[in-house]
Design a protein around this ligand. Structure first.
Ligand code: SF4
Length: 454
């Protein structure tokens, strides 16, 4: 029986698609095992990312190692979509499946169905050849809607569920390769989204994150605001978390819809810079004033929501003064976390040929400054939550001492929770708790807070 591992790089969308691929293999009777680079599974799916050159380097290193250790390596995802030749050149045994054909991996398990006899006998002339033949055979109903076939029954790598509502993007941000890899924006019909969310709720899932490349581009007879209201009306209990949102997508109508208590008070804004000059060169369709207003609007409908953001440091043409504007904006808004990324030149993007680039040392200084602000913001946010009541979804964590459980609160904080009667809740359960203090003692793992289950 072939053993299978899945290795995922990149965004929540890739994570969700990998969950569905793992599910398909398990349903076909294959054991899905944790990745072991030195003694890999018979088949390893590497689901790649192309957002930064670092993500591609990481993929190349692991693909090379797995192939050298005789795994049948199937590489898909955005890097495989953008550079199939470069991926194929890593090792001739690697099977490359372009990102827009990734859904063929959902059909592969049934075609590879476990058979008697040894791998060599069954998969002649070789496993990679058989896999490649199966993956590249015409897939029934191939077409854009294949993008929404990723609906895992169980989530083996996450305790909370994801729901893919959108893919691709119609914007033209100057640094972004995602839109080149994933194509134009497409949206899942609201009825299918509701059916999937109801199915998760019926299975006992207490939370689902609405996911896509740019969910603010959701458009299927209604926009994201309409979809959120429609999903809330059609379900009872499951809480909804939103993956990254665009500052210019935060309107009063949107805030009226997300004011519902079942929408998690945790918002991650794709900000990227804080100066209008840099935003314009990035081809981001908003100004710093719009970012400030979006934060104020979100805070007007939620009690102290967790606001996070993405910032790119060192975008070509960004001067030290431009960067000070970014720091100033982040400080004024008081983000609870900042994902700080060093600019990564991406072939095929408008900014790739921009000349004025800040020296590496200066970019690192800017990243450090953003991270210092991020840690400060997180500390003060955590201190504001002490004594507050929270709803946490319990995570599967095997290093938790008896009588304790780890949960993710609606504000996206990781909390180490003491169960009063010593009876620990199961992974996936939702519990009410009081957040008692910051920090994670007595355990080595980093937790934002400690608390007591009510
Ligand atoms: S909004 Fe911009 S950065 Fe985001 S996926 Fe679209 S093009 Fe890329």
């Amino acid at each position: 029986m072939l053993s299978i591992s899945i290795y995922t790089l990149g965004c929540k969308l890739n994570q969700l698609e990998s969950e569905a691929i793992a599910d398909a293999f398990r349903d076909a009777g294959f054991p899905v095992i944790p990745l072991n680079e030195d003694e890999p599974a018979d088949v390893v799916v590497v689901n790649t990312c192309t957002v930064t050159s670092k993500a591609e380097q990481k993929a190349r290193r692991i693909i090379r190692k797995l192939a050298a250790n005789n795994a049948c390596v199937i590489v898909s995802g955005c890097y495989a979509q953008m550079n199939p030749q470069a991926v194929a050149a890593i090792d001739r045994r690697v099977v490359v499946l372009a990102g827009d054909r990734k859904s063929a991996l959902l059909d592969l398990p049934a075609a590879l169905a476990p058979a008697e006899g040894s791998v060599c006998e069954h998969y002649a002339p070789s496993l990679p050849d058989s896999v490649s033949r199966l993956l590249h055979s015409p897939v029934s109903g191939a077409g854009r809607l294949e993008q929404f076939r990723y609906t895992p029954d169980t989530f083996s790598f996450h305790s909370r569920a994801f729901l893919k509502i959108q893919d691709g993007c119609d914007r033209r941000c100057a640094y972004c390769r995602v839109r080149l890899a994933r194509g134009a924006s497409v949206s899942l019909e609201p009825e299918r989204a509701l059916n999937q969310l109801r199915a998760l709720e019926e299975k006992g899932c207490r939370e689902a994150a609405l996911t896509g490349v740019n969910i603010n581009q959701y458009n299927s007879g209604m926009d994201l605001t309409g979809l959120v209201s429609y999903l809330l009306k059609g379900t009872q209990r499951i809480r909804i978390r939103l993956s990254s949102i665009e500052p210019d997508g935060v309107t009063e109508a949107f805030c009226a819809a997300i004011a519902d208590a079942r929408v998690c008070p945790h918002f991650h804004l794709s900000v990227q810079a804080g100066g209008d000059a840099t935003l314009a060169k990035m081809m981001r369709p908003y100004t710093r004033e719009v970012v400030e207003r979006s934060a104020a609007l979100l805070r007007s409908v939620k009690d102290d929501p967790f606001l996070g953001c993405d910032i790119i440091a060192g975008f070509p043409t960004e001067t030290a003064a431009d960067f000070e504007e970014t720091l100033d904006l982040c400080g004024r808004i008081g983000f609870a976390w900042i994902h700080a990324f060093p600019y990564s030149p991406r072939p095929g993007t408008a900014a790739f040929c921009f000349k004025e680039k800040a020296p590496e040392r200066e970019i690192s200084r800017r990243i450090d400054a953003l991270l210092a602000l991020a840690h400060e913001g997180r500390r003060s946010y955590i201190n504001r939550q002490i004594g507050k009541r929270a709803e946490a979804v319990i995570e599967a964590a095997d290093d938790t001492p008896p009588g304790f459980a780890v949960g993710t609160t609606e504000t996206y904080l990781k909390a180490l929770l003491q169960a009063p009667d010593g009876g620990t809740p199961r992974a996936g359960d939702a519990v009410s708790c009081i957040l008692t203090d910051a920090g994670h003692a007595p355990l080595p793992r980093a937790y934002d807070m400690r608390g007591t289950i009510l």
